[in-house]
Design a protein around this ligand. Sequence first.
Ligand code: SAM
Length: 254
Amino acid sequence: MHLTVLTIFPELFGPFLATSLIGRARERGLLAIEVRDLRDATTDRHRVVDDEPYGGGGGMVMTAPPWIRAVREATAAAPAWRVLLSPQGRRLDDALVRELAARERLVLLCARYEGIDERVLETVVDEEVSIGDYVLSGGELPAMVLIEALSRQVPGVVQLASSVVRDSFRSGLLDHPHYTRPPVVEGREVPPVLLSGNHAEIERWRELAAVRATWRKRPDLLAVAELTAAQRRELERLGRECGDGLARRPKDRG
Ligand code: SAM
């Protein structure tokens, strides 16, 4: 996967791209990430990238020409899917991460100020992506969120492929709880099955624990999650015990 980031604050990306899984993936050539300074695409002496908004009002707007030039330069050698990080975009979730990860090349546009001249969106942006319904001061953190999520989809970045498959949302459910040494913490013991060495039993426990975690923390996910027969039975049991009606999902009725 090849990513190009366009920003006026390239220095924000340094340690992020050099550390942990992403740093190693770049060293091993699994991920190519290039960060370009938008100001390099300006043509004036002061490298200006913003101006006052037409129609007045507060704040500054990022001007179109440097963005259009920078995106065209970034895609000159090979076409890429061009993503503007924006609170107005499609909200990032596991499905969108996987859609974007299927693309070989991406250009990520990180805006600042009041945002970017609308004609940039009309000419050189394929999609707007939001990381949630709140407004940050720039697209750099959202780009990092996206890069980290995308990197987990690149084969070999996460050493154990099974841990990506088990991650929350992938199966439609949350991940099961995790435990490690010591065996007792503040008087709380690890579920005995995890110490049993019986892998089939551990697998079964994890399957049901994922349903319990989802039922407790994100019951909305259960409306569409694909469940095994054992998971459906566990859900029904929880519903009977707590009597809140969640055990019968719309798609199981009838
Ligand atoms: N005036 C804009 C609006 O209300 O839609 C917000 C501009 S925001 C201060 C500056 C930039 O930060 C945005 O253009 C975008 O690149 C980025 N940004 C802010 N919040 C974001 C979010 N939730 N998701 C993705 N990008 C975001």
